[in-house]
Every structure is written in structure tokens, then in C-alpha cells.
Design a protein around this ligand. Structure first.
Ligand SMILES: Cc1cc2nc3c(=O)[nH]c(=O)nc-3n(C[C@H](O)[C@H](O)[C@H](O)COP(=O)(O)OP(=O)(O)OC[C@H]3O[C@@H](n4cnc5c(N)ncnc54)[C@H](O)[C@@H]3O)c2cc1C
Length: 470
């Protein structure tokens, strides 16, 4: 709640002078709409919501906030799963939603320059019209924004073949907490010129600067893709099949894992029973191959089908046409929402070297038995990236807010033992920061804090995200 001597209240006229009175919001309904993202059931009201249109406006806002020590939380579409866009300290919520133009599609150099508020799928469709391909495709691509993707170094199903956001970012325009506006690099495919500021900003979760323009590299769009859904009688066999497929020389363009519950819940959620799940089936792999030669793709699918048969799979569903492919992909992309609609939950974004997936899954289940929680697991199996959704179900609030944390710690310790880490693509944000010491020692953490201090000496920008500020 704003008080008369609130530093934010004292600056409202200045903010109106910068962005225009129509883009400064203090009404409770608007503040409430920006108080949560897709992380659990968390809710923090900002003091004001600002919707700037240009980097120059953001620069002027940050100069004031830096001088007055007002906390600033950048926000894209608010689909984040680690609480990065939650204004937990109040202050200014800086929405990038009006910066939503694609500046240029450079067909000669296969590059696109865009503002951060463009929806990821809109950008993908715009370059597709020119025969070009921007592969990073978070399952939320219909609603998340490209600036949020940069800040989280997002992945998605295609990452297994094409890589994640960091593999496509060439150059960024960034407004620093001081108000200075910089470009981080150059619009080139190779760059060995000094420290790599571009990659430092990618994945920095809005803690180092506000990304206001983005240059991405593109690929020619593959002409064909084929999709199949493989049921398994053992979840560990499904996980073991994943690394066997890669070892055999195949490079699928997607390799997604879903436990039985995940698929059942999402079919109920979207009211679509396209898949008949046999009683003995406990998990599925959704496998896609893409390229320009259908005969080669058909041969790959046959080879993969023969290989998974050795892992005691059931009858494989080969998607016949574009509609069936779209329906299967819809099921996979909406699993997260289906889980969320079912119960309060916590999502852990574990990632291990691919061949360790069976041990991770078995370990998660055994830790669940020890602490009395049920988990629904799915994710980007080809990347070793397993989303562990811990379901509140019948757990008491005391268990949920207390001993469950010990269980999560055990899962993360296991992940570390297996050579993995605690987030593959969702980031650390607000809700995972207490677990950072499991994977980083004090030397590593103090280097990170030092970088933060250099960019943001007054700690105004997304403070208390990733780690506590000094
Ligand atoms: C159903 C569902 C499915 C999902 N599937 C995937 C998936 O497959 N892969 C995946 O990686 N993620 C996935 N996510 C997570 C989420 O969509 C991504 O993290 C996404 O990149 C967030 O984008 P956003 O625009 O919503 O960002 P927000 O949630 O608004 O913000 C995320 C972070 O970015 C910062 N930020 C936003 N814009 C800027 C900017 N311009 N400059 C600086 N910092 C900024 C914010 O401060 C915050 O720290 C999923 C989420 C949901 C709800």
C-alpha cells in the first residue's frame, strides 16, 4: 500500500511525463493483474505498473529508480515458472508488452531483429512466412514473449536437435540500471572480441539489465516432420530408450516424456481422448523427426520403432496427418496447465546427463515414497530435462511448507550426484534461490554476486532473484 511519503508516489508525475499518463497504472485491478505469474500460487502487489514504449523511456525510468532506490521488476508475459516476474519488493512493475514490433527480417543474412514484447509464436510465424525457422519453442510459445525467453534462456521440445535460446542470440540492446543503453555485441555469427556480454545477459532473469532489442539468427525451415507416440510398460525403460536412440545415431527433433498421469490428466483437461492408454502402460515418449527428405525421415522412424521394441513398448501410434500431429502436440504442450488445474503443485526443473534419466526418475519416486508425496513427471527427455511436479493432494499445509523442502533438497542432491543441475530452462527466480548452494559453492556464488553488483550497484533491478542481494 502506498503511503504519502512513498518514494514511488513522489515519482508518479515524473513517470507520467516519461511514458504518458495513460501508461502509468495504480488502480488495484491492474496492480492485481501483475501480482502473479504462473509460479505456484504466489501473489505480490507492485506499487505501480509502467508500460513504456521505447528504450529511451525505460532509460529515463531507471535513472529515477536508481536515484531513488526504487525496486524495479521487468515483466514479459508472466508465464514464468520460477517467480522471476513477481514484484516481491513492491515498487515499479515494468511491463514490456507495448514493445511488440518485429523490426526487421533480414533474409540475406538469415537474421531477425525484434522488440522483447513479441509473442514467441508470432515471431516464429512471421519468419516462417519467409521460409525461415526460429526453433526455440517453449510449450508456452503461444503466450510467452521473446524478451522473457532471452531472460530465462528458455528451451522447449525442439532444443534436443536445435539448441536453446542462447544458441540463436547474436546481439542485444540492453538498458542498464544506471539508465545507460548498450549493445552487447555485433550482428555476426562469430565473435571473439572480449568478454561475451551477450551470453551474460541471456539467462540473467532480468537482474542485470532490461533487454529492449534482440537480434536472432535463423535457419531455413525444414520441409517435413513425422511424429509418433510410443507407450511403455516401464517408465525406466522409456527413459533408457531415450539414450539408446541417440547412441544408435538418430537425432530426433523432439523427444518428450510423459508419465501416464500426465497424459491422462491432459486428455481430461482438453477433453480429447485421441490416445487409448492400455492398462499396463505407465509412460510415453513423443518422438519427432524433421528434415527435407521424407524417405530419409520414414527410414529414421522405422529404425527408431525397431529400436524401442527392444524396450518392451506397446503399440506405437504414428500420426497420420497434420491434424493428428497438432492434437498430439497440443496434449504435450498443455500438460503443465492440466497439472496446475488438478492440484496445488511445485514444479522442479531437474536436468541430468541424458543417460542418467532412468536413475533420476527412480530416485524421485523413491524420495516421494519416503516423504509421502506423489509426483507427476514429464519433460524434454532428449535433453535429460525432467519436470518433476510434486502434487499437494492430501498433504497437510504443515507437510507442504515444512518437510517437503527436505524432500526437494534430496531430489536436488541426487541431481547433482548424477552430474546434473537444478534448472534446465525455468530459471531460479524467487522460488529456487534457497537451493543454489546445493550446486554452487561460496566462491562461485560470490562471483555471481560480484557481477550483479557491477551492473546494478544499488540493487534496484529484480533484487532478491537468483540469490539474495548483498
Ligand atoms: C504452460 C507452460 C509451459 C511452459 N513451457 C516451457 C518450455 O517448454 N520451456 C521453457 O523454457 N519454459 C517453459 N515455460 C516457462 C515460461 O513460459 C518461460 O520461462 C518464458 O520464457 C517466460 O516468458 P515470459 O514472457 O512469460 O516472461 P516472464 O514470466 O514475464 O518473465 C520471466 C523473467 O524474465 C524477466 N524479463 C522478462 N522480460 C524481460 C526483458 N525484456 N528484459 C529483461 N528481463 C526480462 C522477468 O523479470 C523474469 O525474471 C512454460 C510455462 C508455462 C506456463
Amino acid at each position: 500500500m502506498l503511503t504519502v511519503d512513498s518514494p514511488v508516489l513522489r515519482q508518479l508525475d515524473a513517470f507520467r511525463g516519461i511514458v504518458g499518463a495513460d501508461w502509468v497504472f495504480v488502480d488495484p485491478e491492474v496492480l492485481d493483474a501483475y501480482a502473479s505469474d504462473e509460479t505456484e500460487d504466489l501473489h505480490f502487489l507492485p506499487d505501480v505498473v509502467l508500460k513504456p514504449r521505447t528504450a529511451a523511456e525505460i532509460s529515463a525510468i531507471l535513472r529515477i529508480c536508481n536515484r531513488e532506490r526504487i525496486p524495479v521488476t521487468p515483466r514479459g508475459a508472466g508465464t514464468g515458472l520460477s517467480g522471476g516476474a513477481l514484484p516481491h519488493l513492491g515498487g515499479v512493475l515494468l511491463s514490456l508488452e507495448r514493445m511488440n514490433s518485429i523490426t526487421e527480417i533480414d533474409e540475406r543474412n538469415l537474421q531477425v531483429t525484434t522488440e522483447p514484447g513479441v509473442i514467441t509464436e508470432v515471431l516464429q510465424n512471421a519468419v516462417r512466412e519467409k521460409g525461415l525457422f526460429y526453433p526455440p519453442d517453449p510449450s508456452s510459445r503461444g503466450s510467452c514473449m521473446i524478451g522473457g525467453n532471452i531472460a530465462e534462456n528458455s528451451g522447449g521440445p525442439k532444443a534436443v536437435k536445435y539448441g536453446v535460446v542462447k544458441d540463436y542470440v547474436l546481439n542485444l540492446e540492453v538498458v542498464l540500471p544506471s539508465g545507460d543503453i548498450i549493445w552487447t555485441g555485433a550482428n555476426v555469427l562469430k565473435n571473439a572480441t572480449g568478454y561475451n556480454l551477450t551470453q551474460l545477459v541471456v539467462g540473467s532473469e532480468g537482474t542485470l539489465g532490461i533487454v529492449t532489442k534482440i537480434v536472432l539468427r535463423l535457419l531455413p525451415h525444414p520441409q517435413h516432420d513425422l511424429l509418433m507416440l510410443v507407450p511403455f510398460r516401464s517408465a525406466e525403460n522409456a527413459c533408457a530408450a531415450v539414450s539408446a536412440i541417440f547412441r544408435a545415431g538418430y537425432t530426433p527433433s523432439a523427444m518428450e516424456f510423459m508419465e501416464r498421469d500426465a497424459l491422462e490428466w491432459v486428455m481430461r483437461f482438453v477433453d480429447n481422448s485421441i490416445v487409448a492408454i492400455g492398462d499396463d502402460i505407465v509412460a510415453h515418449l513423443l518422438i519427432e523427426v524433421d528434415g527435407n527428405d521424407v524417405d530419409v525421415l520414414l527410414k529414421d522412424m522405422e529404425g527408431i520403432a525397431a529400436l524401442v521394441a527392444g524396450f518392451d513398448c506397446g503399440d506405437i501410434l504414428f500420426a497420420d496427418d497434420a491434424q493428428q500431429k497438432a492434437e498430439l502436440w497440443k496434449l504435450r504442450r498443455r500438460v503443465g496447465e492440466a497439472v496446475k488445474s488438478n492440484s496445488i503443485y511445485k514444479e522442479e526443473d531437474t536436468v541430468v546427463p541424458r543417460a542418467e534419466l532412468p536413475r533420476l526418475l527412480a530416485g524421485v519416486k523413491s524420495i516421494g515414497n519416503k516423504y509421502g508425496f506423489h509426483s507427476v513427471c514429464y519433460g524434454h527427455a532428449g535433453d535429460g530435462n525432467l519436470h518433476v511436479n510434486i502434487i499437494k493432494g492430501d498433504l497437510s499445509d504443515e507437510q507442504w511448507n515444512g518437510s517437503l523442502k527436505d524432500g526437494i533438497r534430496e531430489i536436488f542432491a541426487l541431481v547433482k550426484d548424477l552430474g546434473g543441475t537444478i534448472s534446465g530452462e525455468h530459471g531460479i527466480g524467487l522460488v529456487q534461490k534457497e537451493y543454489m548452494p546445493i550446486v554452487f559453492d561460496e566462491v562461485q556464488l560470490s562471483l555471481m554476486r560480484g557481477i550483479k553488483k557491477l551492473f546494478d550497484p544499488n540493487g534496484i533491478l529484480n533484487a532478491g532473484k537468483i540469490f539474495e542481494n548483498d
